[in-house]
Write a protein that binds this ligand. Sequence first.
Ligand code: XMP
Length: 520
Amino acid sequence: MESPGLEDRPVLVFDYGSQYVKLIARRVRERHAFARVVRHDLSAKRARELNPLAIILSGGPSSVYEEGAPQCDPGLFDLGVPVLGVCYGMQLACRALGGTVQSSPAREYGRADCHILDSKEPLFHEVPESTTVWMSHGDQVKEAGSEFIPLATTATCSVAAVKHRTRPIYGLQFHPEVAHTPYGTLILGNFLDRICGSPKSWTMSAFLERSIQDVRRQVGENDRVVCGLSGGVDSAVAAGVIAKAIGPRLVCVFVDNGLLRAGERDSVAEAFGKHSDAELRVVDASGRFLKELNGVSDPQEKRIRIGHTFVDVFRDEAKSIPNAKYLAQGTLYPDVIESGGDKDGPAATIKHHHNVGGLPAELGFELIEPLRDLFKDEVRRLGLELGLPDSIVWRHPFPGPGLAVRCLGPVSHDRLEILRQADAIFLDEIRRAGLERQIAQAFAVLLPVSSVGVMGDGRTYENAVALRAVETDDFMTADWSRIPHELLARASTRIINSVKGINRVVYDVTSKPPGTIEWE
Ligand code: XMP
């Protein structure tokens, strides 16, 4: 990944293993500076080549004085580039420049009252002298050393923030990136604007302009780009950027696998047709997918079969597009970081599951990934910048294997239809209650059990459906949504009254962990 634009000098966020590394990067970007996560041992030489606006050293679970603990290249402190150490990062900076770090008398975790010692300090501009901060550490700086001036204290941490006497090097023992530090974003903003002189050039409109130029440069005049639309926001925004750059030389392929939600195929076709002059091909392959899934109950087997069928269908379609040389994908920055896809980034971590939309290299396309520098919230803002409708920009994520992994047990046309109707009613109630944005994902799951009920004067023995709604920022952890009981009551009544084959509705109150968001 090269820097997106000369004016966007990156803020390099060194990764020492904190769960908040990506959050730091997102917060920096919210202040309109381009943040990039890099490995903890990136050399000072390479850092200089990247021409950074600033360096942020993240927190991490290790102890700086332990054998084998991740260290930074001390040359980073000689680059003349402003440095901000957060938690472990502050301890690294202090230790490298003459301070001492030791285990805290008591592990400090949670809110703390922080007292700012110098109200004129630009880092704390407009921050109250007494403010709440979020701490999460086992070690702390004992002596800042002669090179640093302490800037803040808490009851248990005498050095809660520091500044170097002569160089632009700062440290915070607390976490400015988390919401529990109410002035944290302001402190990060002060660092960027007042200490680093950030030009605040990271905006989605500037990004869009540059991406359009990049796509035009990359794609030859007679070449065409193929983009698989999934119905989700990422592929739609990726297609939107490319369509703006090369118009009808983009061909979008939407595969109807028969596992879509109610109305999905039409809404994608309509939204896409209105908003771009690219070609859209809708391939109805539902029969082919359902045949492959016939009699399959195992969730992984379902995923594998759907994945293979998707590749086959896509390959057949792509063959019929003349001069198709490139494949567009809606890969996002967190995927790039996690898969180790950036040579200066951290090493790969285990991916949880693969996206069925990911197409194998043997299809022979060159990849275009216009979103690989963006976080999800930035993708939505870019979508708005492109003029895509809210229905696409704010769409909840939908798994590649679709309703197949929400139809527990064997998948059949009839069972899918029951599920589709129940799901549509639940989503409709959520939309009507105005809860669509608060809830990250909501859906119905058709259970492989029948239960006894009574309707009218008769006994019934029919399917049960579970409703699930979760709230989450990153989908790695999630909490079940406390949606109003009245909403559940309305959804339940409507489902039982109008969906033939369902006589019982339950609501899932499992968070993740220990549950997963999907049931399969
Ligand atoms: P879980 O169930 O693992 O889901 O908590 C986390 C997020 O990933 C989505 N998901 C998938 N997406 N292919 C996808 O493209 C899949 O096989 C798949 N499985 C789960 C899920 O909907 C949630 O947003």
